[in-house]
Design a protein around this ligand. Sequence first.
Ligand SMILES: NC(=O)c1ccc[n+]([C@@H]2O[C@H](COP(=O)([O-])OP(=O)(O)OC[C@H]3O[C@@H](n4cnc5c(N)ncnc54)[C@H](OP(=O)(O)O)[C@@H]3O)[C@@H](O)[C@H]2O)c1
Length: 302
Amino acid sequence: MSAPGRRPRMLVVGGTGGLVGRHVRAEFSRDWTIRSLHRHPVPEEASGGIEWIYGDAGTVRDWAPLLDKVDLVLNLAWYRTGPDRRFAPLAEGLVRLIRTSEAVGVRRFVHVSVPDAPERLETGLPYLTRKREVDRALEASRLSYVIVRPTLLFAPRDVLLTVMMRTMARYHRFPMFGDGEYHVSPIAASDVARILRREAETPGRRNVTAGGPERWRYRDLTDRIFRALGRPPKYFRLSHRSSVRLARLLEVFGSSLLYVYEVEWLLSDMLGIPPYEGLATPLAPVTPFLESEARRRRPPPG
Ligand SMILES: NC(=O)c1ccc[n+]([C@@H]2O[C@H](COP(=O)([O-])OP(=O)(O)OC[C@H]3O[C@@H](n4cnc5c(N)ncnc54)[C@H](OP(=O)(O)O)[C@@H]3O)[C@@H](O)[C@H]2O)c1
């Protein structure tokens, strides 16, 4: 993908300090030169020879100098929540990035997006409407691109399964949203990095979803987390409406534990998407991860 004799170079927009970014660093840094644009310092980048460009992707006016000698652009930047005034400038900056990548002849553009969501969220939630503007701009470009849309991720320090486990460990109870009959297929962040690598190196214009190896009924997964902690599953059951109310209350009090759209998305049963196929070795199941996270939480013997 690069000129003979030199390491290929990538620009990671969003950087290698976030959940996916950390695993991208592990996956690519042995044989790629990485230029990383984001806002907060990441010590592992400095020690790992990664070139950090301080910047907000929403305010970069001219991307051309950052794309000098860049073979691959990988975009990870997005926010988990916030008002439209937060998403709109970021989406505009990313569309400028796409247009400039096209103009300067970037060879491959990889963009991480999200799976389909309920219509009401797709049309009314800036988190999604603005994300789709970026997705569509890339599809309308002449770039060689892939849009990778993973379902919920797991890894140490993730913001979902480890938070659920911490809550269960602390309170010995957990809210059950609705009947728990909907599905999820969690995928390891390290597997998403492997998918990004494979997709970066596979030519073509593609839009792929990426689920993990197992499709869980949600309440079986929460039972399994309790079991990993050595505790009997105990729930306080909430109707669909009360689940949304609880998430709204948490939002009002400034908590980042859970957002209303996340509860609605979960309850819509749209997150149990099929496993990604095509990696040389199998996708990691979630159970060993749960066991190792639970072990870390147990008090030392004696
Ligand atoms: N986590 C999941 O379960 C999940 C599932 C499906 C898809 N995704 C998608 O995967 C991508 C990465 O998600 P993640 O979970 O790794 O998120 P993350 O941990 O929040 O990392 C995102 C990184 O983007 C950077 N960033 C945010 N706004 C930026 C801006 N305006 N300019 C430059 N950099 C910016 C942040 O670094 P700085 O603070 O240093 O700028 C942050 O480290 C996102 O597009 C997300 O929508 C995530």
